[in-house]
Ligand binder design. Sequence first.
Ligand code: AHG
Ligand code: MN
Ligand code: MN
Length: 309
Amino acid sequence: MNIKKHVKRGLWNHLMKSGIEMGLASIIYEVGVASKYVNHAMRTGDLGLAGTSNLYGEDQLALDVVADEIIKDRLDHTGRVSRIISEEQSEIVIFERQSRVGGYSVCYDPLDGSSLVDVNLSVGTIVAIYAGDDPLQSGRHQVGAMYVLYGPRTTLVYGASNGVHEFTLNNLGEYVLTQEYIQVKERGKIFSPGGIRRDYLPEHEEIVKKLENDGYKLRYSGGFVPDINQILLKGGGLFMYPATTKAEHGKLRLPFELNPMAYLIELAGGAASDGRRPILELDCYDLDQRSPVYIGSREEVEMATQYFK
Ligand code: AHG
Ligand code: MN
Ligand code: MN
């Protein structure tokens, strides 16, 4: 095996070559470190915290909580994060000892789709990164975003000013570059409808019917990360989670699900809308803020927004 090749294409080497600010690079890298422990806990059922002190005593805790603690601990370890919000925390967490000057704020979903682990379907970690002390900013202000997909392979996708890139975890525990400057095609062949059909509002019903009539294939795993990853890497398409008669704001959360994915998809040449406005333009004022979402290839997102005019 050519060790030099592995090192050359490693995540830290890529971050350094990309000229990303050191604090932002260390946050992306440390989420990668955390993901290896999350990956281990998920695949071995070992909910102890390998490599960090055991925070839980004897009880078995949901994987969400274990993943959240591991990621929180690694973000604190960077010394460059001043505030975080997490899907698993009820309020903003402040890291007191951080250098407040030049700090970052991080919003993350430690384990999205966690209920799918029991049926051995793919799940993921989603992260949005902002400069400064305020994690509740509109998505347009992100300085970086990333996700980790725990599937047949464990892959990490990050985007900052330098494009969107994919790394794959190898059996040496290294994230090695597998795709660089990923681009979403203008138009795709798959769609994810979201929600429950009987609860659809008229506009969404029409959009789904049009996609079916145009011969798009339905792809919906119930996991946001694998469903978006498929659109990013398999040539485009449209993922939707609509407003419904039961939930006028849809289901997915703006701060740590929609904003980071919208940032990555736009950086890769795609688009993301709530049906009327770009996701990244929405004011983000509440940890639990939800929004309808139409995200993926430009042409399909544009088509969907026509129904809300
Ligand atoms: P989480 O497990 O973090 O609550 O998120 C699950 C989300 C997202 O992963 C997925 O796209 C959506 O839930 C699926 O929702 P439905 O089960 O209602 O289809
Ligand atoms: Mn989630
Ligand atoms: Mn979650």
